[in-house]
Design a protein around this ligand. Structure first.
Ligand code: NAD
Length: 256
């Protein structure tokens, strides 16, 4: 019970990696709020995970909604101890074909949202004066460019940088900010990625996914289960001396 009675907010926790984290945190004794744009899916997840999980609708690009959700959780639960900035979207186009609309959307969800959620949640943590843990979901895509994944890669590189700056700004309040950079994680998200690659590279459905899985040194995609241990560690007091880090969980680097 490493997170006993801690209050955790997980954005985009209705499915995939965020849902896995919700399950892991509850197992460790936390109360979890899943904040997701897909409220039906979030409610279903909360129902399945039991009474210590609740769902709230949140579009992370809506700054007023962020403040309202964070304030509601603070009042209802008496603070927020853990934030996982997990909601993000994927996008594909090479530099000569990117659109302003895609740029605005990717950076609004993948960068602006996480920044202003960190702002709102850290202010609650500071006011409650009992420290806190912030985990940002980065990606191997933020470590290295990929010709067809420019906007997503750039947004995840920005999250790695923002993690360092936020960590240095919040350390004096006992708030640890770190990030996790997965390689390839199986789930619904990857069905979309595979379809994008099929379109851009003229591949058959499933071909890209199979090729990527083969290229991971460990020989397979990750599952959300592979990330849970690190997330619990970064959310718990075991990591109190660790800040501003981005941890690779990539099976040995899928792009090598
Ligand atoms: P996913 O697409 O399966 O789930 C994302 C969730 O975010 C969904 O529940 C969706 O409804 C929600 N969401 C989307 N837009 C939102 C918005 N505007 N406001 C609130 N919620 C919104 O994603 P995943 O594969 O589980 O990835 C989770 C995180 O891990 C993301 O930050 C992603 O970039 C990162 N990541 C994923 C992989 C991978 O291979 N799956 C690899 C590296 C990093």
């Amino acid at each position: 019970m490493k997170l006993k009675d801690k209050i955790a907010l997980i954005t985009g926790g209705a499915r995939g990696i965020g849902l896995g984290f919700a399950e892991a945190f509850v197992k460790e004794g936390a109360k979890v709020v899943i904040a997701d744009i897909n409220i039906d899916r979030a409610r279903q997840a909360a129902h399945e995970l039991g009474p210590n999980v609740s769902a709230m609708k949140l579009d992370v690009t809506d700054l007023a909604a962020i403040d309202a959700v964070v304030s509601e959780i603070d009042q209802k639960y008496g603070g927020i101890d853990i934030l996982v900035n997990n909601a993000a979207i994927f996008d594909m186009a090479p530099i000569n074909e990117i659109s302003e609309a895609s740029y605005e959307k990717v950076f609004a969800i993948n960068l602006k949202g996480p920044l202003f959620i960190m702002k709102a949640v850290s202010n609650v943590m500071i006011a409650r004066a009992r420290g806190g843990k912030i985990i940002n979901m980065a990606s191997q895509a933020g470590r290295r460019g990929e010709a067809l994944v420019l906007l997503y890669c750039a947004s995840k590189a920005a999250i790695i940088s923002a993690t360092q700056s936020a960590a240095l700004g919040l350390v004096k309040y006992g708030i640890n900010v770190n990030a996790i950079a997965p390689g390839v994680v199986d789930g619904e998200h990857w069905d979309i990625v595979d379809a994008h690659f099929a379109k851009w590279e003229g591949l058959k459905p499933g071909e890209k996914k199979a090729a990527v899985a083969k290229s991971v040194p460990i020989g397979r995609f990750a599952t959300p289960d592979d990330l849970k241990g690190l997330a619990v560690f970064l959310a718990s007091s075991d990591s109190d001396y660790i800040l501003a880090q981005t941890y690779n969980v990539d099976g040995g680097n899928w792009m090598s």
